[in-house]
Design a protein around this ligand. Structure first.
Ligand SMILES: [Zn+2]
Length: 390
């Protein structure tokens, strides 16, 4: 689902359980929290019988008397490699910049996924803060099912590039084919030969490509009482779509694409949705040197396994990029810092992530944090050259 649509959905309180990437903005009334809704909403009975409490209503509080850490500001300056055009007005954009200043975000990459006029409109809105926001564009898949697809899409890409797009994303393929806000290119996956000239042009133009393939694994599993991610999975279920390319098949498509276009830099977002199998992601990173992974919107998915996750961060510290994908509230940024920087244990952020499980910090050492927050992103961004923006 497109982020814009998702925000609209959550804004109207129409969301029942899950979301992906798994989070919900704090300012939105969460349907999971009966006390945060609008006045007049039905109140839950104060004392539901323990035998009838539903998992979706379960809001445990940690009972451990252990240290808790607040991280108001990131330890090192950050380049946020995964965000979207959440702020719509000049006032909201100014608020976003103030929040970035306060928590330590130096620059934010806004993945617009837009082309043509849509891209120009967004770019204009953010133009007052050119040093703080970088805008990336999308692909125009119009005519993908017609002979001769390619040259026109490349033209659209070049136009965006001339208008200031410095990268491409977030491309989406959750199994049906590449999807943009305007075109569903059904059956056309990133490794399709129709996509070859576009990805090659990205490499020539020095435009990195942020790409989303598949979704968290539990969305593919049966929606039953054994599904570990059930509370976040049901709304986004994929288990009832047998015709789509499955999770593992999408990861293979990602790898084939990255391998085929070795002159193009790819960023698999959300840890390539391999948060449940970081070993496989590591193997792909070892094989494909033009691939990076952003960690956006997969905090709650990795915080239950802090030791394994921090070993992964240590081993692949040169290939991972900080990202958020979760709005621009200060509290949101601070939760990500708490998970990455501290050794805090067993804390809940249920209203932000919707999972019923508790989270743990990774306590990443400084040299890894610096790479994750800044150095790796800087390397990607500066390798594109220093062409002045129009
Ligand atoms: Zn995103």
């Amino acid at each position: 689902m497109k982020r814009r649509y998702f925000l609209k959905t959550i804004g109207t309180g129409g969301l029942a359980v899950g979301i992906t990437p798994a989070w919900s903005p704090r300012h939105a009334a969460s349907p999971l929290n009966p006390h945060s809704g609008t006045s007049g909403a039905k109140k839950e009975p104060e004392q539901a019988s323990p035998e009838t409490i539903l998992l979706k209503d379960y809001r445990p509080r940690s009972l451990y008397k252990i240290p808790t850490t607040e991280v108001p500001r990131a330890k090192f300056p950050i380049i946020d490699m995964h965000s979207h055009a959440y702020a719509k007005t000049p006032a909201e954009i100014a608020e976003w910049v103030r929040n970035m200043d306060e928590v330590g975000i130096e620059k934010t990459i806004v993945l617009t996924d837009a082309t043509g006029q849509d891209f120009d409109d967004i770019r204009r809105k953010y133009a007052a803060y050119r040093d703080r926001f970088e805008l990336w564009c999308g692909f125009d898949y119009k005519g993908y099912d017609q002979p001769g697809f390619g040259p026109q899409a490349i033209q659209a890409l070049e136009k965006c590039h001339q208008a200031g797009a410095r990268g491409v994303g977030e491309l989406h393929d959750k199994g049906k084919g590449l999807v943009s806000s305007t075109v569903h290119a059904l059956g056309m996956h990133p490794d399709d030969t129709r996509m070859d000239s576009l990805f090659a042009r990205c490499g020539q133009l020095g435009m990195p490509v942020n790409i989303h393939v598949a979704d968290p694994i539990w969305m593919y599993e049966a929606m039953d009482n054994k599904n570990d991610g059930l509370m976040n999975a049901f709304h986004w279920r994929l288990d009832n779509q047998p015709e789509i390319v499955g999770h593992s098949g999408m990861i293979d498509i990602l790898e084939r694409t990255v391998k085929k276009h070795s002159g193009t830099t790819f960023i698999a977002c959300h840890l390539a949705n391999l948060d449940y199998d970081l070993k496989r992601l590591g193997q792909i990173l070892e094989r494909q040197l033009n691939l990076y992974a952003d960690i956006s919107a997969r905090y709650a998915e990795t915080a239950p396994i802090p030791r394994f996750a921090s070993q992964f961060y240590a081993k692949y510290a040169d290939r991972l990029l900080y990202g958020t994908d979760m709005g621009f509230d200060k509290s949101m940024y601070r939760v990500t810092f708490r998970i990455l920087e501290t050794f805090d244990e067993h804390f809940y952020e249920t209203d932000m992530f919707s999972y019923h499980w508790s989270l743990n910090g990774f306590g990443l050492p400084d040299e890894i944090l610096e790479k994750l927050y800044h150095t790796n992103a800087e390397k990607i961004l500066s390798s594109r050259g220093t062409r002045a923006l129009p």
